[in-house]
Design a protein. Structure first.
Length: 303
């Protein structure tokens, strides 16, 4: 990728305003994404020898099944053209983001069928994902591909310092469950399912503490509440002594996450529908990320 003048100017403007777009994918960006797919697919021996349809047939089939259609477009001459034409023409941004996820999932599946032939495949796919995220950033589009799922970015600073850092720690094997739940929270948030987002946030936070307790052999019950899990972690020295005076404040923030979940989405809505705003869901999402990051970072210092 060339860091040309116009790109540097757009990046400077985006960094100064931190304003992201969520309801559009510019044509230039779509074409750049297609180039990314073609570039990584052409590193596969079968594709270089037999053409793009060797790979894109599986993508075309997966997309048709997901969207409940027999063909994505009417006049495509190949599966590759069908996928590209659909992606370039589709106005529904969420569907386009779904296409991106499915293409990367199919790339991974294609590589995993024969790791001997595709011994550099996962590296190439990782490079493609990094390039995709750079293109999103370049066009000030508020999404990122993380662990092969599209997540929404609301603030560059929050995303880098809180969400990104939390996900890096959650990628450790013993925290796999918490990571999966945190990613699901982002997925729900992107699709406007804010109640489900809050539920998954609390699950991720609880799973993080349970995973820490399990790793260190600390006694706990699967049915323990946030407060009980915090008490267990505190009793076993997860929180340093000099932070005990601040523990009440930390606990207050964490319990607010649980309270928001219990009051707004954790129980039946009854006769009156409960409306959860995007602002509430975003607050809970970022609070959970900060708290998970805090706990997982402290765990690294536990003997």
């Amino acid at each position: 990728m060339f860091d040309v003048f116009s790109k540097r100017q757009r990046r400077k403007a985006a960094e100064s305003s931190e304003v992201y777009k969520y309801d559009e994918l510019p044509e230039v960006l779509r074409v750049q994404i297609v180039h990314i797919w073609m570039e990584v697919a052409q590193t596969f021996p079968e594709v270089s020898m037999r053409g793009g349809d060797v790979f894109f047939r599986s993508v075309d089939k997966a997309l048709c099944e997901e969207f409940g259609v027999f063909r994505l477009t009417q006049n495509a001459r190949s599966a590759e053209d069908d996928v590209f034409d659909f992606f370039l023409q589709e106005r529904d941004v969420e569907k386009c983001l779904d296409v991106i996820e499915i293409v990367f999932t199919c790339l991974i599946s294609f590589v995993q069928t024969d790791t001997y032939v595709h011994f550099d495949g996962m590296h190439d796919i990782g490079e493609a994902a990094a390039k995709l995220n750079s293109r999103f950033q370049e066009h000030a589009i508020g999404y990122e591909l993380r662990d092969w799922k599209i997540i929404r970015i609301d603030s560059a600073f929050l995303h880098k310092q809180v969400v990104g850092s939390a996900m890096s720690l959650l990628s450790e094997p013993y925290l796999a469950g918490a990571n999966e739940e945190f990613l699901r929270a982002h997925e729900h948030f992107r699709h406007g399912r804010f109640g489900e987002c809050i539920n998954e946030c609390l699950k991720s936070f609880e799973s993080t503490m349970k995973a820490i307790c399990h790793k260190h052999g600390w006694s706990y019950n699967q049915t323990d509440t946030v407060k009980q899990l915090l008490t267990t972690c505190e009793r076993n020295g997860l929180f340093p002594v000099f932070m005990q005076s601040s523990l009440s404040g930390l606990r207050s923030v964490l319990e607010n996450v649980a309270t928001a979940r219990n009051k707004l989405s954790g129980h039946g809505q009854g006769a009156q529908s409960i409306q959860i705003s995007q602002e509430v869901a975003a607050f809970v999402l970022h609070s959970t990320g900060a708290n998970v990051l805090f706990l997982a970072s402290l765990e690294k210092g536990v003997a």
